[in-house]
Design a protein. Structure first.
Lengths: 269, 344
């Protein structure tokens, strides 16, 4: 049975239920009260982590690292919940997780951190991450991480990975029209940008939390500073959509009449 | 002076996709605005066919990487072909259609070229003589307009932001670009599609039908009517030829093992952690939630909603019309009327 080394890249994002408002900061756009907003692991990176832990559990001897870039205080906040979900070793990078930073700078910091993990064996290496983030949402970071690491077997928008008897990987990626493309990759190293996958969020497990936190706190303390910005980028504007629609409320109309109105609207090209 | 390259993969026997033709129109418009020309770069098994289809687009030249090695939608070979074409064109701006194939490689290609990439571009303009792009941040919560100093600047243009290029086919003079196929360890073995009657995602549909968790809740008679909901929704999709979007809460029910709509997957999910599709019209049913949830229909033109809550944040200020009504009763009647129309 293969023993994988699974490195998951992820960052923190503001709780999406919070009101987000852009403001002009000294280094470009930022979010209003950014440091006050509650943070959690980016949702797609979360799916990647849960899929990694599931794969590791099915292949004894495998190990999961989470390479996370964000302000140290925010990472710590996110780890309080995340640590209770699945076993992993944290590699923390202290830097901006803003959506307005550039993917190349983020990817360079992540790739350097991965390369510095002791004992990494490319023949067992699976690099996971979210196919996009809920901040920049560009789908660029993981591609560049792969390029820096020299991994050209890359898959994005992945919803499933299976392991063949010969050790090959069967990967299904989202493509247009609600379909999936199926690929076979002979063996690691491979880079996978996860979409949603198929696993529910794991329940909190205090025992896993205690085991994780023993290593997480020291990892946070020695988090390496990462320079992430947006060199060469000029933001001309960042704004919230202002258009509020003047909603017509239709009450007390029988279903028959509503249906007739809707059908007229649908069929009127 | 910018050197602009339109890049697209091709499929044997198929003309360029609508999305690619829209990106071509955007490229042409940018070139016109900057007072320059553009180059077309295509790759695939036989890109000449696709080049002929756009022979009259006004490109200064057509470049192509040709061969069976470049037919599969695969990172290693697609990135190699795109890199070779961009180098051959000495492009400073590279524009491609935001499909799965281009989205998979554009940032990697930009890295190889020493440039930068921006995806999900929803607008291209010229500001002070320099190109600027519009894109959204924080899952369509805010829009930014930016320029970059780095070149080449590699872009993926979203569909629906420009009319598709239209023109006469002809015989394009295609210049071959040499590209040694890289060693590959991956191969595409097939496509998995839902059964025809369960194919609910239709990007080209005029209408997006959004379903919320209300469909699986207890109805006024105290009963949960999930099988009836399934029948109504699938019937509506078939009759209205609509595409199906869903709220996260409804999709998550299936992941949690609860009774839900069996044809829903996470691919139907719209919003913060789902897609933000583009359709001319949108009809939401049984959806609820505030601003963060409504990004799923950010790019929908005309919007109507059916909800029992007249104050719901999903609809108020977001929809053009809100019908305060029971979606079960309304959609049943809508299906009846649509069936009558279809029957002539």
């Amino acid at each position: 049975m293969p023993e994988y080394q699974i490195v998951v890249c992820g960052s923190v994002v503001p709780d999406p239920l919070q009101t987000l408002e852009p403001v002009a900061g000294p280094a470009g756009p930022a979010l209003k009260n950014e440091m006050m907003l509650p943070a959690w692991l980016d949702p797609w990176a979360g799916h990647a982590l849960y899929e990694a832990a599931n794969l590791a559990a099915k292949n004894p001897g495998s190990k999961v690292w989470l390479v996370a870039l964000g302000p140290k205080a925010k990472l710590q906040q996110a780890m309080m919940t995340l640590a209770q979900k699945v076993p992993f070793e944290l590699v923390a990078l202290d830097g901006s997780a803003s959506g307005f930073t550039d993917a190349t700078e983020t990817a360079t910091a992540l790739a350097e951190a991965i390369q510095a993990i002791p004992g990494l064996d490319r023949s067992r290496l699976l690099v996971f991450g979210g196919w996009e983030s809920a901040s920049r949402g560009a789908g660029a970071t993981m591609q560049i991480v792969g390029e820096i690491l020299g991994i050209t077997d890359q898959f994005q928008g992945v919803d499933g990975v299976g392991i063949g008897v010969d050790g090959s990987l069967r990967i299904i990626e989202r493509i247009e029209g609600g379909r999936h493309q199926v690929s076979i990759c002979e063996a690691p190293p491979v880079l996978i940008g996860w979409a949603t996958g198929n696993l529910p969020e794991p329940r909190n497990n205090p025992q896993v939390g205690m085991a994780n936190m023993r290593a997480i706190m020291p990892a946070l303390q020695k988090a390496k500073p990462a320079k992430t910005g947006a060199e060469g980028v000029t933001f001309h504007s960042v704004s919230l959509p202002k258009q509020a629609r003047d909603t017509k409320i239709v009450k007390d109309l029988p279903p028959d009449q509503i249906a007739a109105e809707i059908v007229g609207w649908i069929t009127n090209k | 002076m910018e050197t602009i390259l339109f890049l697209s993969p091709t499929e044997a026997g198929s003309p360029l996709s609508k999305n690619a033709l829209e990106a071509l129109a955007t490229t042409k418009q940018l070139a016109d605005s900057l007072g320059t020309t553009f180059i077309v770069g295509l790759w695939g098994d036989n890109p000449k066919e696709a080049a002929d289809g756009i022979a009259s687009c006004g490109a200064a030249k057509f470049l192509a990487v040709t061969g069976a090695d470049f037919a599969q939608p695969r990172y290693a070979t697609d990135a190699a072909a795109a890199e070779a074409l961009a180098r051959a064109a000495a492009a400073t701006i590279v524009i491609g259609p935001a499909g799965s194939r281009w989205n998979r490689i554009l940032a990697g290609v930009a890295h190889r070229l020493g440039g930068r990439a921006d995806s999900h571009v929803t607008g291209l303009s010229v500001s002070g003589g320099a190109p600027a792009v519009a894109r959204w941040y924080y899952r369509q919560r805010m829009e930014g307009i930016l320029s970059r100093a780095q070149r080449p600047w590699v872009l993926a243009v979203e569909s629906g932001i420009a009319p598709a290029w239209q023109g006469s086919p002809g015989s394009a003079s295609v210049e071959a670009v040499a590209c040694t196929p890289p060693a590959v360890r991956s191969k595409v073995t097939g496509i998995e599609s839902p059964a025809a009657d369960l194919q609910t995602i239709r990007p080209d549909a005029d209408l997006l039908f959004v379903t919320g968790a209300g469909w699986t809740k207890k109805q006024p008679d105290g009963q949960v009517k999930t099988p009836e909901a399934e029948k109504l929704i699938l019937g509506f999709l078939r009759l209205a030829r609509a595409s199906l979007g869903s709220s996260k809460s409804l999709v998550d029910l299936s992941g949690e093992g609860q009774a839900t709509l069996t044809f829903l997957t996470h691919m139907n999910q719209v919003g913060q952690t789902g897609s933000t599709p583009r359709h001319a019209k949108g009809l939401s049913t049984c959806c609820h939630g505030e601003e963060p949830h409504t990004v799923g229909w950010r790019f929908i033109g005309e919007r109507r909603a059916i909800s029992l809550d007249p104050n719901c944040g999903w609809s108020r200020g977001k929809a053009d019309v809100l019908y305060v009504a029971d979606a079960f009763a309304v959609i049943a009647k809508v299906n009846e009327l649509l069936a009558q129309k279809a029957g002539g």
